[in-house]
Structure formats: structure tokens, C-alpha cells
Write a protein that binds this ligand. Sequence first.
Ligand code: ZN
Length: 119
Amino acid sequence: MTAGRPAATTARQETDDTPVCPQCGNAGLMSARFPHIWHGHTGQPVRGFKEAVLCAACDDGEGTAAELSALIDAQGAVRPEDVETFILLAGAWIDNARRRAPDSTALAEQERRWHLGEL
Ligand SMILES: [Zn+2]
């Protein structure tokens, strides 16, 4: 939290648009959706989208994400004087998300659970 910032006095209002953290299932602070290309089993490129969710709990301690989280107040707003910094950090956070590769172990576990009907 930035020094001098007043403490939040109300809980953040969750809506249908509130992103859900895929790691912990709690409400995320924000999400970004961006184009993504991968190669299917035939080797042909497949175009789709990838989504990243910023979560105060799961991203705590990850440099850019932690700085970005600190700029978002309990209502999900950014103070006007922080908007420029927010935009720069959001761009860096999305760049990091684009480069992040899926965890193959977690993916295999989710596939196993999906085949068992647990997901
Ligand atoms: Zn989380």
C-alpha cells in the first residue's frame, strides 16, 4: 500500500464481470485477454486468445504484478495520479503473461481430472 493512501472502508463489489483467479478461485483484481497462437497436432498454427488474471493473493511477491496490485484499491479503482504508472505496469504485466508457459504438470493433472469427470 502506498504511504498516505487512505485505508479502504468498503468491500469491493463483485459482479458477473469480476475475473476469477484460475489458481485459487477467488476474485481477481483485473484480467487481460490477448491474441495467442499455438501449433496443433497437425503442426498448423491455431489462433485463439489467452487470458491472464491478476490476483492479489497468487501474484503477491511477483514484482510487476505486486506493484500493479498495490495501485488498485478495494473498489477496483485506480487513483487519477496513479493512472500513468498503472498503464505502464499493466503493459509490462501483460508482456510477462504472454511469455508465461503453461505448467505442463498442472495441465496434465487437469486433463486427468477432466477425463474422470471431476472438472
Ligand atoms: Zn489467486
